[in-house]
Design a protein around this ligand. Structure first.
Ligand code: ADP
Length: 439
């Protein structure tokens, strides 16, 4: 590695021959290695102008972004390359770091293990330690059980990062957070902490984000489990995996244990392995009830589903998922707030979030993320061509809105109507009714 004098000489040389690509690239690599991240970023950008498609320069720039916590920027320049087969394995590792920074652990693990399987020399033990074990092929023997890609996360989000949804947050606060934050008060009224909350709503409305934020708000660990993954595993190990994730949550209390796609349990009941699935449902319920009294003390179970009508009634008994909470698509004020949150670490000039919110009716949080990512990507390309940073303005978001197709909130509400309109005797779907009547 160069000492600082060597680096200085390299800087001078690059200044004299600005079009010497290998030289600029070498300078950028050295700056990155020595941790001059902003300067490395500028050099890589300059090099990219000389060789716009170069995967190694792109990887260098992405690493500079990632090490400055600009994960979204890193991912948006990597994406076009990652979509092609044969991208450099080192790029996969940087993408994994950026995905992990964005909280997308499962995607990060997939990228990382794929990269290392192609080139073991890119292995990064620190990253590997933060990621789950590599997925085993289905033909592998069922033992030892893998923990279903789950890992213990520390959420960097709190309710302040969740726009709108005031009523939903209040419910969660009362149900999940206050008993832990103020146990004396709850004890005085003879209430125990426990039981779960089932979040339901259209895909992309923010259920996972909300669960993660609840963990952050509480200062609790966060364990997220895709139930479909557990069920797809080798027969016989699903039960062990279920047990393993509950155990992991108990070891890390206080902990929010989050089950995504909880309807997968019910949806499979009609398939061939019916008896087996019945067994898994029972096991799930037993774990939820706590094998012995107090086993789940300090473990807050949240589950999410896009199809609550499939969820087994047995789940809904007191002490289990006795509370159904609707996570609605965001209204205009919430959309403006979501956009504001998503753009807060981006360079902005004139920006009218309310105007963008008005033209994004029926966009979910996930759709808005798509809009922002697209606008940022376009801006980054422009900035690279111009050789200087050009901030985002309202028109950029408006253009991106025209290019993103919102997921079908309307379709979801239509399906919901078919299921619940004639099945609301108990009032369980009350929160959903005003939305359904609107379509
Ligand atoms: P779901 O679990 O309901 O399918 P997600 O929680 O995965 O949806 O939401 C998708 C993305 O949309 C999240 O990563 C988050 O960035 C964003 N998002 C959704 N709702 C909100 C919100 N209310 N505030 C901030 N971001 C949101």
């Amino acid at each position: 590695m160069l000492d600082d004098a060597g680096l200085q000489a390299l800087r001078e040389a690059a200044r004299f021959s600005p079009d010497n690509l290998p030289l600029r690239r070498h300078l950028a690599d050295q700056l990155l290695t020595k941790g001059y991240l902003a300067e490395a970023e500028a050099e890589y950008r300059a090099a990219l102008m000389l060789a716009p498609q170069d995967p190694d320069i792109t990887t260098g720039l992405a690493e500079a972004f990632t090490r400055q916590s600009a994960y979204g920027a890193a991912l948006s320049i990597l994406e076009p390359h990652l979509a092609r087969a044969g991208y450099p394995p080192r790029m996969g590792v940087i993408a994994a770091r950026a995905l992990l920074g964005e909280g997308e652990t499962a995607g990060a693990a997939r990228r990382y293990h794929e990269a290392v399987s192609r080139d073991p020399s890119v292995a990064a033990p620190d990253l590997a330690a933060r990621l789950a074990a590599p997925p085993q092929p289905v033909t592998a023997p069922p033992s030892p059980p893998r923990e279903a890609d789950s890992e213990v996360e520390r959420s960097r989000f709190t309710f302040a990062d969740v726009a709108g949804m005031e009523a939903v947050k209040e419910t969660l606060r009362l149900k999940l957070l206050l008993p832990v934050q103020q146990p004396e008060l709850f004890a005085a009224f003879g209430k125990r902490a426990g039981g779960g909350v089932l979040l339901y709503g259209p895909p992309g409305a923010g259920k996972t984000h909300l669960a993660r934020a609840a963990a952050g708000e509480l200062g609790a660990a966060f364990v997220s489990v895709g139930l479909a993954d557990i069920l797809d595993m080798y027969i016989g190990s699903s039960e062990r995996n279920l047990r393993a994730v509950f155990e992991m949550a108990r070891r890390n209390r206080p902990c929010v244990l989050f089950f995504d796609e909880v309807d997968a349990l019910a949806a499979r009941r009609s398939d061939m392995r019916q008896a087996h699935n019945r067994q898994i449902v029972n096991q799930f319920l037993a774990e939820l009830d706590g094998v012995d009294d107090g086993a789940n003390e300090g473990v807050l179970v949240l589950a999410a589903t896009n199809a609550p009508w499939y969820v087994d009634v047995a789940f809904r008994r007191p002490g289990r998922f006795d509370q159904l909470v609707f996570v609605p698509p965001p209204d205009p004020a919430a959309r403006a707030a979501i956009l504001r949150i998503m753009c807060r670490d981006k360079p902005l000039a004139e920006m009218d979030f309310d105007a963008v919110a008005r033209i994004t009716d029926s966009f979910t949080g996930a759709d808005l993320k798509g809009v922002v990512d697209r606008a940022v990507e376009a801006k980054l390309q422009q900035s690279i061509s111009a050789g200087r940073m050009i901030p985002l303005v309202t028109a950029d978001l408006v253009t991106a809105v025209g290019q993103v197709r919102p997921t079908a909130v309307r379709e979801w509400l239509t399906t919901a109507r078919n299921y619940v309109l004639h099945a609301n005797e108990s009032g369980g779907w009350d929160e959903l009714m005003p939305w359904i009547k609107r379509i």
